[in-house]
Design a protein around this ligand. Sequence first.
Ligand code: SIN
Ligand code: MN
Length: 265
Amino acid sequence: MKLTQEQIDQFHTEGWLLLPELFTAEEVDLLRREATTIYEQNRPEVWREKDGKPRTAFAAHKYNEAFRLLGAHPRMIGPVEQVFGERVYMHQYKINAKSTFTGAVWQWHQDYGTWKRDDGMPEPRAMNISIFLDEVMPINGPLMLVPRSHLAGDLKASHDLETTSYPLWTLDEETVTRLVNDGGIVAPTGKPGSMLMFHGNLVHGSAGNITPYPRKIVYLTLNAVSNYIRKPTRPEFIAHQDFAPIETVDDDALVRLAREQKRAA
Ligand code: SIN
Ligand code: MN
């Protein structure tokens, strides 16, 4: 799959791009079922909110077949390699739950801030991809983006170890206010299967989810192979150290797995 020049221009100017319903209902139903099974498992890769509900599951492409296929899917890898002009490997893979009623905030941050400080990533040449597993609505804690904030470069940040169960390099209120005065805030919403791409330096965060509507999103970070991390400090399941370029699977790989599972049921 290839992006149009207009889509590439929007990504470079605004720092983000939404591709609505890139994956079909059949493909997303499979992924949603598998995510629920993963969250029930008691394993180090599954992190929980302070109340015990799932917050995120790391590295699912290493222990779940459906998420392995998603992580090597040509509809996702194609556009990213097109933007970077280079092959990519998987730097990080997480399925964020934003659970009903208690899904907690993600403070304002830039992802490259963490990749640089904690992983020794040389440049912001890693792409964030979000794939919506549930419908993302204005009310269930959508990801909020500050358009054009990626042009501000790598900003001063402090390490927040308190607010949530997940340590994050977060931005201060003054910096966020200044950037929002320029770019505003957008919260891309859409049906399950939609895919959002955003720049590693784009300022983003999300509010809590107090609704009965879950908001599961898969976040994949695809790093240009030449930009591999130099000083990892986090566990391998959070910041991967297999720098081999991803070999894509067939475009219908997820559909075939969904049908196999149905036949076996
Ligand atoms: C993130 O910024 O990595 C996750 C934000 C979210 O899931 O809302
Ligand atoms: Mn982030």
